[in-house]
Design a binder for this molecule. Sequence first.
Ligand SMILES: NC(=O)c1ccc[n+]([C@@H]2O[C@H](COP(=O)([O-])OP(=O)(O)OC[C@H]3O[C@@H](n4cnc5c(N)ncnc54)[C@H](OP(=O)(O)O)[C@@H]3O)[C@@H](O)[C@H]2O)c1
Length: 253
Amino acid sequence: MKPLRTAAVLGAGAVGSALLKELPLAGLRVLAAWTRSSGLEPPPLIDVDVVLLAVPDDAVTALCARLEVGPGQLVAHLAGALGLKTLLAARRKGARTGSLHPLRAFVRGRRQDFHGAAAGIAGSSAGARDQLAQLARRLGMMPVETGDKARALYHAAAVLAAGGQVALFSEAVRAFRKATGSSEAAARSALLPLTLGALEKLRSTPAADALTGPAIRGDLETIASHRKALPKDLLELYDALTAAMLRLKKPEA
Ligand SMILES: NC(=O)c1ccc[n+]([C@@H]2O[C@H](COP(=O)([O-])OP(=O)(O)OC[C@H]3O[C@@H](n4cnc5c(N)ncnc54)[C@H](OP(=O)(O)O)[C@@H]3O)[C@@H](O)[C@H]2O)c1
């Protein structure tokens, strides 16, 4: 399968603007860039090898239906949660379809690139998957194949690893503030080095070796004292996490 040489980027938010900067550095010519604020129809896509839909997930199907694409072209969305059904309109016009989902959080207005992230890849054919995997590598990412069947589970894992961590951290901040009377900002600063230090260990060790705390020591007395002190609405979460930590505890040699 020949490598992709030309691209169109539709949408210029957090991911779209990163693509507009990084695609030329990866050796692709961006022949068309479009945003809805132009008030115009999507641009002509003749000669474009790959059309990247960098719009919110719920806008992908409708935008795809407006595209003039055909055989020889590849239309891809960037959404981890969406399957390829959302691109059926392009498929019916003869284009191949796919998804390239960067496993990294992007924020509007911040200069960010794709280097070092994994990328979930799906495609309507082996050729589409190969081309998107190659594109991911050229952008500095590690491609991981995630077909439609595994997509929801793959995306759930990504949400647990990102939003799930943030939600858990915010509950730790709530408990810390209750215990110390600190402001939100002070509690966040006090706990953040602890969190980052624990996560940093995961770069080089599996979770079982990175774990600290009473569960890993089998210290049931401390766990019982935590349960007594915690607000009632945090108990369910604490118990679920303690159970997960106990599952990680290695059997005694
Ligand atoms: N952000 C992340 O961390 C991240 C990570 C991986 C994958 N993704 C995926 O990347 C895709 C784009 O996300 P994003 O975070 O870049 O979104 P975003 O920052 O909200 O930008 C979306 C872009 O699409 C435009 N848009 C909004 N509604 C539209 C509509 N109904 N029709 C056409 N264009 C519309 C926006 O225009 P306006 O500026 O006028 O609103 C903006 O240019 C999504 O599929 C998302 O799941 C995001």
